[in-house]
Design a protein around this ligand. Sequence first.
Ligand code: AMP
Length: 280
Amino acid sequence: MMCLTSAAELSQKIKAWKMDGQTISFVPTMGNLHRGHLSLVEKAKTLADKVVVSIYVNPMQFGIGEDLESYPRTLAEDQKALNDQSVDLLFLPNNTVMYSSDMENDTRVILPELSQILCGEVRSSHFAGVTTVVNKLLNIVQPDIAVFGEKDYQQVFLIKKMVADLFIPVNVFSAPTVREASGLAMSSRNQYLTSDQHLQAALIYQALCDLKEAVSARHDFRQLESQCAGKLTKDGFRVDYVSFRSTVTLQLAEARDEGVVLLIAAWLGKTRLIDNLVIY
Ligand code: AMP
């Protein structure tokens, strides 16, 4: 597996592959890879001839007081895992490659309304950081395909809209959430949990499944949301939201919506957990 830190060298390599008629799929990550990330790589392999993965902990998507410094960085293990999966190229840019020395005043890509709902309500600059860095990475790599995880439902929703709005020439695919045996969605941040919290964290997926069961012909989404938030609070979580949303608009779901997804974000101690389940 080739590892490159320079955007120019990466572009050169990609151009050579494209001249050769090869297609490229791309999986952006922040590293500390687990089976969830590797499932995206597996999917990427089925969709194109060459697979490029990036590892970059993007400062722009971390708010003040968030875990930018302590975010787990495990490059040697990540390189081994990607090499074992026969990834063709690993892109490892640093902040100097991705931003000017005055990042705050660099160009940003912002979805005004969608970046401020759900996770954006408590992390107001987060999604601007995500869409900006994904835009930059797509411009550098110029892949045919990019693969993202459904675990970050709002993130992939915004990325698909950004790609459509800005006519970015890439096909965006998403891949299902990979879970631990308990149902807990795999996440690099799960390692912040104590072993007791780790067990407790599985209650979020349990809540998603329970609510999916509870949705019937005569349900009231708002009532189910507040009942679930109340139960999670009793179970020791600090709930940011429990929200049924339209899969088409990401606005509050109504009974007449054709597609509905349930999203939960809740804190367990110092760890913020997010998960979601498509209801129908
Ligand atoms: P991250 O390194 O957290 O930025 O995630 C990189 C990519 O992996 C994103 O597209 C995530 O949605 C995806 N991802 C993270 N956790 C999982 C999981 N448990 N299952 C599937 N995809 C995941």
